[in-house]
Ligand binder design. Sequence first.
Ligand SMILES: [Zn+2]
Length: 203
Amino acid sequence: MGVDFVTTVRPMAQLIEELHKLPGIGPKNAQRLAYFLLHASEEQARALAEAIIAVKEKIIFCSVCQNITEVDPCAVCQDEQRDRSKICIVEKPLDILPLERTHGYNGLYHVLHGAISPMDGVGPEDLRIRELLARLQNNSVQEIILATNPNLEGEATAMYLQRLIAPLGIKVTRLARGLPFGSSLEYADEVTLTRALEGRQEI
Ligand SMILES: [Zn+2]
């Protein structure tokens, strides 16, 4: 890649550098996106910048379930129609969407914000597990559904939580097999996910 005059102009170089820090954006893609934004309308560029700032300024974590929200507690945790005896555990906020789309689950959620991954240096203490245990104190929860991803990290996390929670006398279930191994809940289709939810088994 030859040195390009435009990329040496400071604001351009800065934009490329920031884009390059994003996951999955290599140096070439960072340049491409920066050129795109250079030619984009003022309105489009401003909308992007404002959306990024709004995420940082307005989104908070629900103090109960740790999901992202604008109000605390979040809408799900506040909803009186929800079955408070069940908590479904997911890795990321985005994993809740496909589960909600199945309309097959009416319990509460808990977002871990990651999965145990020794390779990446992520241990149980890096996840929102303390907050989960605090929720189990008042004895109203009867079932914990482990909906971590069907991959190595997700399985390791599920096993860890099972060992932690089962001694508390709470039923611990795992989504049924059928979700392709190595996949992510985020991309699971509704039919597969509904089946996985219905066929969940105690572990
Ligand atoms: Zn919540």
